[in-house]
Design a protein around this ligand. Structure first.
Ligand SMILES: *Cc1c(COP(=O)(O)O)cnc(C)c1O
Length: 466
């Protein structure tokens, strides 16, 4: 008898690349992982990468470069001044992001440092759509105060709104009314918003921010770290953009800003590098001068020529529609699996990561016993999958009062590097999350026993309360 098999539902995408080089992974035993986790003080940043099986700590500098990017590494012009790779990078930035002037930096925070130093005066307020760790710290070190003006929906992990990165325009207007436009050096726009769960900001909201800023004579600076992924979400979710390329959306979006800081380690798929860009000639002069003090000459700014070449090529590849669709598609694949199994994650699924809702996992743990820190540790203990805390530890302390910031979002980030892992790795990860979810009632809190002054989440140490 003939079997009448129904073909499986067709997938909408497959990876638009094939594998040319592989890096072997090591599996470890639970006993070994228990030892490693205790030695690391329950902080996944303090594990050795050797002891990790699937590394979802971050998508920063961890992507796989293409054959063309590797070929570009051999074309490095390591001249101290005027390297040809700098001009290639400048051309890529001008073409795809549209800014006139480029100042290369060693990575994103180098650009944040320069911008903050140049524009922020003590006592200034810098509004943004939710904080980012390094961005806010540089604003504070320059004497400024970060003011969160993101839409309230962003603080609710279950809210399904498509653009949870949008600004609350009323909050922005209120702030300008309170402190005056003269005390706001720029509006800092994150796209996508990392700490909200990789959530995008819409073109319409960005345009409204631009109009409001122009009306008050305030600059708009973009954190363009994942602006390509943001452009993809605009294409997919915002009416009127579905037939456009990601590249053309990115250009229109950036054109609404005066410049940007950029970590090339994310969208641009390089292991190191970043830049500051702007349209204003005077501001460029200042930045090109200051970069010499902190990073390097204005035509390399902390990068080798080969790194600039790899980034120029990475930018071209990053805006390819097939690439972004597959990249975000893989994140959605993992997230959808967890949703189907009833596991609490931030919705909608973000662009670069799936964020587990640790408050919903461990409602019995108070926030100052670090539920997300515990959840990241449990995941590692279960399978060797490494994730990152994005909750109270990352939020740090209020510089004025010295108290913890208590963010409403207490999350664990499963961050997917670009072009690195397969769907099978996503399946293994999902099953491990499910196993940790099964045992959620047994989880104990943590106590912080070492706390560094700056960006404590990188190096803080904890002990288990059991
Ligand atoms: C990573 C990141 C930065 C900082 O970039 P680095 O290259 O790590 O210094 C800034 N903003 C956002 C949103 C980021 O994700």
């Amino acid at each position: 008898m003939e079997m009448n098999r129904v073909p499986p539902k067709r997938r909408s995408w497959a990876e638009p690349w094939k594998v040319k080089v592989v890096e072997p992974l090591k599996t470890t035993t639970r006993d070994h992982r228990r030892k490693c986790m205790a030695e690391a003080g329950y902080n996944t940043f303090l594990l050795r990468s050797e002891d990790v099986y699937i590394d979802l700590l971050t998508d920063s500098g961890t992507s796989a470069m293409s054959d063309r990017q590797w070929a570009g590494m051999m074309l490095g012009d390591e001249a101290y001044a005027g390297s040809r790779n700098y001009y290639h990078l400048q051309e890529a930035v001008q073409t795809y992001y549209g800014y006139r002037y480029l100042v290369p930096t060693h990575q994103g925070r180098g650009a944040e440092h320069l911008l903050s130093r140049i524009l922020i005066k003590p006592g200034d307020s810098v509004p943004g759509n939710m904080y980012f760790t390094t961005t806010r710290l540089h604003q504070e070190l320059a004497g400024g105060r970060f003011v969160d003006c993101i839409t309230p929906a962003a603080h609710d992990p279950a809210d399904p709104s498509p653009f949870k990165g949008d600004f609350d325009l009323d909050a922005l207007e209120r702030l300008i009314g309170e402190v005056g436009a003269a005390r706001i050096p720029y509006i800092c726009v994150g796209a996508t918003v990392n700490m909200a769960g990789g959530q995008p900001i819409s073109m319409a909201n960005m345009r409204a921010v631009r109009e409001l800023a122009t009306r008050h004579g305030i600059r708009v600076f973009l954190d363009a770290t994942r602006a390509v992924e943001n452009a993809y979400f605009i294409q997919q979710r915002e009416p009127g953009h579905v037939d456009r390329s990601v590249a053309s959306i990115l250009r229109e979006f950036c054109d609404l800003s005066d410049g940007c800081t950029m970590s090339g380690k994310k969208d641009a798929m390089v292991n190191i590098g970043g830049w500051l860009a702007m349209n204003d000639a005077e501001l460029y002069q200042e930045a090109a001068n200051l970069v010499v003090v902190y990073e390097g000459l204005h035509t390399y700014g902390g990068m080798a020529g080969r790194d600039m070449e790899a980034m120029a090529q990475g930018i071209v590849e990053s805006v390819d529609d097939d690439h972004v669709r597959a990249r975000v598609g893989q994140v959605e694949y993992l997230g959808q699996k967890l949703i189907d199994w009833g596991i609490p994650i931030v919705r909608p699924i973000g662009g670069h990561a799936v964020y587990l809702d640790a408050k919903a996992f461990y409602p019995h743990l108070p926030q100052d016993e670090f539920p997300a820190q515990r959840l990241a540790a449990e995941l590692y203990l279960d399978s060797g999958v490494r994730a990152m805390e994005r909750g109270i530890v990352s939020a740090g302390r209020d510089p004025a009062t010295g108290d913890h910031h208590y963010p409403r979002l207490e999350l664990v980030r499963l961050t997917i590097p670009r072009r690195v892992y397969t769907q099978a790795h996503m399946d293994v990860t999902a099953e491990s999350v499910a196993a940790v979810h099964e045992r959620r009632h047994e989880a104990k809190g943590l106590a912080m026993v070492f706390e560094p002054k700056y960006l404590r989440f990188f190096q803080a140490r904890f002990e288990s309360k059991d």
